[in-house]
Ligand binder design. Sequence first.
Ligand SMILES: Cc1cc2nc3c(=O)[nH]c(=O)nc-3n(C[C@H](O)[C@H](O)[C@H](O)COP(=O)(O)OP(=O)(O)OC[C@H]3O[C@@H](n4cnc5c(N)ncnc54)[C@H](O)[C@@H]3O)c2cc1C
Length: 238
Amino acid sequence: MDFEWSPAQVERYQQIMRSARAQAVPATEHYVRDEWRWCGQLGLFGLSVPRRYGGLGLDALSTVYAVEAFGHGYRDMGLAFGTSAHLFACAMPIAEYGTEELKARVLPRMCSGELVAGNTITEDGAGSDVTALATKAVRTPEGYRLSGEKSFVSNGPVADVVVVYAVTDASLGFLGVSAFVVERDRPGVEASGPFAKLSRRCSRSPCGGSARACSPRTSGSWTGWSRRAAEHSLLGHL
Ligand SMILES: Cc1cc2nc3c(=O)[nH]c(=O)nc-3n(C[C@H](O)[C@H](O)[C@H](O)COP(=O)(O)OP(=O)(O)OC[C@H]3O[C@@H](n4cnc5c(N)ncnc54)[C@H](O)[C@@H]3O)c2cc1C
């Protein structure tokens, strides 16, 4: 078995690292949209997303190598963290489990960097114990109505779209949790500004906002807590 990086993987690594090193970091407290769109042009948001939705369709190893190149080259780790949260905790679960209509609508714009996405699991009473979610999703004639409050949402304060985890059937325990994609402009959705943090202070990433999600109609949903969704979330912490 050959454990060497392929020429294509090395070329991509070098290209991303060179671009990242050459890019000036703006003198702003948090990352700005121009930086985000530039990350989209670098291809960071679509690394592992299938090509038909605007991504590069790379395998897991090529993907993490490219992410490493960005972290190696760019001086703002907060942006590196935010881009990974966007790709691994939002784009990939949508690519794997979203409806075709949802994927076609949001993934190309997530890959290009037009949209910023946030993943909302954590709540004040549900951190390590993600099975203790209080956010609920109730079926309505129009779709689902979500009510609850989330916390520590990376990219949350500026997110255009959030993946919200909510209880759809409490009797099923952790299997009764479903994920919904909620657009920021839905009625009732509110987001706070960024939290002050003890660490990751070099980060201008607005990690740690909170979002209140209460939407009369959500678009695209998929049920159940799955091993693969969890893997994607873990990958996002690389
Ligand atoms: C920078 C940053 C970005 C984040 N981004 C996101 C995001 O995008 N989306 C999101 O949903 N969440 C996000 N989070 C939240 C993160 O996932 C939670 O902080 C994490 O799940 C831990 O939850 P908690 O902070 O409530 O700590 P707690 O669960 O309250 O844990 C506090 C302490 O108790 C310990 N502990 C907990 N349970 C046990 C146990 N059973 N036995 C022994 N020890 C235990 C823990 O190890 C920890 O030391 C982010 C957090 C940070 C800091």
